[in-house]
Design a protein around this ligand. Structure first.
Ligand code: ZN
Length: 189
């Protein structure tokens, strides 16, 4: 025991990896492990940035191969993507999240699919400040993605609506969304 504690104290890299692993497996909205997050931040500031860049974090690592160099024709089509890492839990209606209740004004009709006689479902909501990689429409700070949770021709995928809004404009928000009709569970679970 004494030996292992000494090892951890003398090996911040190992301690950093251990905390990363604990966060990945244990973090939830209900219990966001603030002491661990703080400890990770302190250790991080002492570590070599080159080493940090090579280890597993909650961020997607760089691609193992340079696709643009192998296939130069597609290099100009490169775009930045953001990998989401959602966890189960409840969250306020105006934050970045997948599913749950979105910030939606009571006087605005919730989308409905005529093909399936079904309400759309709340799929993804992003705050502008959380996603600097995403180019928001001018004057907006919230992007909402809703879809009909059924296959639609010709692509056999959900019918999607994207809504851009300004959070401050929603003064009287809904507390629940209409329930969808029976549907493909893959699109809501
Ligand atoms: Zn539909």
């Amino acid at each position: 025991m004494r030996k292992s504690r000494q090892l951890l104290r003398g090996d911040p890299q190992k301690e950093y990896l251990r905390i990363q692993n604990e966060l990945v497996t244990g973090w939830t909205y209900a219990n966001p492990l603030p002491e661990l997050v703080e400890r990770m931040g302190k250790i991080r500031s002492q570590l070599d940035p080159v080493w940090l860049a090579t280890v597993r974090t909650c961020t997607t690592p760089p691609a193992p191969i340079d696709v643009g160099r192998l296939l130069p024709n597609i290099a100009p089509l490169a775009k930045t993507t953001v990998r989401l890492n959602p966890r189960p839990g409840s969250a306020a209606n105006d934050v970045s999240k997948m599913g749950g209740v979105f910030l939606w004004p009571k006087d605005e009709t919730w989308p409905h699919c005529e093909d399936h006689d079904s309400a759309f479902v709340a799929a993804l909501q992003l705050r502008k400040e959380d996603f600097p990689e995403v180019e928001f429409r001018p004057g907006t700070d919230l992007m909402q993605v809703l879809w009909c949770p059924n296959d639609h021709e010709p692509g056999y995928c959900p019918d999607v609506r994207v809504i851009w809004r300004k959070r401050a404009d929603v003064v009287d928000p809904v507390e629940v969304h209409p329930k969808p009709a029976p549907h493909e569970v893959d699109y809501t679970e």
